[in-house]
Ligand binder design. Sequence first.
Ligand code: AP5
Ligand code: MG
Length: 191
Amino acid sequence: MKIIVIFGAPGAGKGTQAKKIAEKFNFTHISTGDMLRNEVANKTELGLKAKKYMNKGELVPDNVIIAMVEKTISELKNSQGIIFDGFPRTLTQAQNLDSMLNNNKLKISNVLYLDVPENTLINRLKKRAEIENRKDDAQISVVENRIKVYNKKTAPIIEYYNKNNKVTKINGVGEINSIFDRISNKINFEN
Ligand code: AP5
Ligand code: MG
C-alpha cells in the first residue's frame, strides 16, 4: 500500500490535488481538516473542542488529532493507498504517524511538498472566502495566523522528512491540471 503525504501551507492546493490523486489512483483521502469540519458540523464533543482552535487559525492539540487518525487507519480496509492531507502538522504528529504505520508494516513513500508564494496563498484564500463558507477564511487576520502557525510549527517538519530523502518539491503555481500532471508523474514513476 502506497502512503503519500501532501504537504504545504494553507491555500497551497493540498485538498484540491489530494482529491484528484485519490480518484486517479484509488487511494483513501485522509484530510484532518475535513474530518474536523465534519465533527464541528455535527456538534460532537470533539467538534466543539476543535472549533475554538480552528476559528482562530491555531492547531488543534496533537492528542486529539492523533487519536482521530489512528481510529481512521484502523478502520481502513483494502485500500490501494492513502493520501494524507493536512496531516502531519507537527513533529509529534510526524513521529506518531511513522510509528502507527510501522505497527502495520507500512511506511511513507513520498512527501509531496507544494511550493506556493505567500501572496498567492492569500489571494486564493480570499477568493475561496467568497465561494465557500469556511469560517477560517472569512477574516484576513485568521488567514494570516494560519500561515504564521504553518511557518512556525509545520514547515520545520520538512527537515524530518528530508533526512530520509522522502520530499519531492513541486511547483504549486499554475493550472490545477498542470500541477496534477507534475504530481501524477511522480507517483507513477515510483510504481
Ligand atoms: P485544513 O483544512 O488542513 O486547512 P489549511 O491547512 O489551512 O489548508 P486549506 O484547506 O485552506 O488549503 P489547501 O492547501 O487544502 O488548499 P485548497 O486545495 O483548498 O485545516 C484547517 C484547520 O483545522 C487548521 O487551521 C487547524 O485548526 C485544524 N487542523 C487540521 N488538521 C490539523 C492537524 N493535523 N493538526 C492540528 N490542527 C489541524 O485550495 C485553496 C483554494 O485555492 C481553493 O479555493 C482552490 O480552489 C484554489 N486553488 C487550488 N489550487 C489552485 C491553483 N493551482 N490555481 C488557482 N487556485 C487554486
Ligand atoms: Mg485543505
